[in-house]
Design a protein around this ligand. Structure first.
Ligand code: FAD
Ligand code: NAP
Length: 313
């Protein structure tokens, strides 16, 4: 028989949005339950230095997320290591199934499931995932000591990953489809000055080249976006850093989405198209996608949920 837990507020996700919602909902005496998901602490656990979290000139992403978790617990939130596999948005109270077998029922739900790394969708990328192809430099960079590495992308993540990988690699080549980067200027400056980093402009990844026994990457074939000319680059590691997509699996065809799949909220609030379900963080934000903005939205979601529950009473 499955275990059923009822809560006034169920928070799904343990990134900055989820933990901030947990702090505020706990202080509103709503005794929230937070379910952490497959990545406790969220995206910041996949990075190293965070330099734009107010109050910390520099903090390690994983440390910051442990502090947020401790803060949420100290305020009274129950933090559970489980993954929500299904959310019934028609039931009242709302009903969420956990991978553990536990069923969570809730008067209000705060969705803070964030975003996940995007992939290019190439067969060769798929073939070598985990065997030289990765989307997380902090997780896998260590395996490429003294080796050559390629990073694909031109945003903050790609540039940070390229810089971080210089700690291990003999050379890092950043391959970008345009000749200007989307990354912040301070990061660009560090990238261009770095002696181990080269950039290959106007190119996309055409194919990851490797061997089968033992399975591993040997390099890439990059294609010029205008001329179609192929450049071969030797590399043992390929890091794909082309952005993130919102994690909306639980609510596809249930909540209104927009801007390429982000959960739509009423302007200036965290209210979704279903009263009682609130959304915060990268899941709903195609513009800013920062830890501090996600935390801000987590706060808003808890306050919105509190008002919603008070009106129900
Ligand atoms: P996320 O951090 O994405 O967390 C989502 C959470 O939802 C996870 O805990 C996951 O386990 C959980 N979840 C998902 N599905 C389920 C489910 N079905 N059931 C239960 N739980 C679920 N921002 C900055 O401001 N500064 C930086 O320096 C910075 N560096 C970054 C470096 C990297 C490499 C990356 C990838 C991002 C970086 N960002 C940075 C962006 C920042 O990490 C995000 O904006 C922020 O983490 C979004 O927070 P979030 O709470 O919305 O979601
Ligand atoms: P992003 O800003 O969306 O950048 C994605 C990059 O990948 C872009 O340069 C894009 O190219 C490229 N790209 C996308 N699809 C591609 C494809 N199919 N083929 C080749 N290239 C492709 O994503 P991100 O860098 O992951 O950042 C996501 C959010 O997190 C941003 O808001 C960012 O500010 C935030 N973040 C912040 C920090 C920080 O504050 N230090 C660190 C990391 C992330 P184009 O430029 O041509 O579109």
């Amino acid at each position: 028989m499955s275990d059923t837990r009822h809560t006034k507020v169920l928070i799904i996700g343990s990134g900055p949005a989820g933990y901030t919602a947990a702090v505020y909902a706990s202080r509103a005496m709503l005794a929230p339950i937070l379910v952490q998901g497959i990545e406790p602490g969220g995206q910041l656990t996949t990075t190293t230095e965070v330099e734009n979290w107010p109050g910390d000139t520099e903090v390690q992403g994983p440390d910051l997320m442990v502090r947020m978790q401790d803060h949420a617990k100290a305020m009274g939130c129950e933090v559970i290591g489980d993954i929500i596999t299904e959310l019934d948005t028609d039931a009242r109270p709302f009903k969420a199934k956990g991978d553990s077998g536990t069923v969570y029922t809730a008067d209000a739900v705060i969705l803070a499931t964030g975003a996940r790394a995007k992939w290019l969708g190439l067969p060769s990328e798929e073939k070598f995932k985990g065997f030289g192809v990765s989307a997380c430099a902090t997780c896998d960079g260590f395996f490429y000591r003294g080796q050559e590495i390629v990073v694909i992308g031109g945003g903050n993540t790609a540039v940070e990953e390229a810089l971080f990988l210089t700690n291990f690699a003999s050379k890092v080549t950043l391959v970008h489809r345009r000749d200007t980067l989307r990354a912040e200027k301070i990061l660009q400056d560090r990238l261009f000055k770095h002696p181990k980093i080269e950039t290959l402009w106007h190119h996309t990844l055409e194919e990851v080249v490797g061997v089968d026994a033992p399975k591993g990457v040997e390099g890439i074939r990059a294609k010029h976006v205008e001329t179609g000319e192929i450049t071969e680059i030797p590399a043992k590691g390929v890091f794909v850093a082309i952005g993130h997509a919102p994690a909306t699996e639980l609510v596809t065809n249930k909540l209104e989405l927009h801007n390429g799949g982000y959960v739509k909220v009423k302007a200036g609030t965290t209210e979704t198209s279903i009263p009682g379900i609130f959304a915060a963080g990268d899941l709903t934000d195609h513009v800013y996608r920062q830890a501090v903005t996600s935390a801000g939205m987590g706060c808003m979601a808890a306050l919105d949920a509190e008002r919603f529950l008070a009106a129900q009473d």
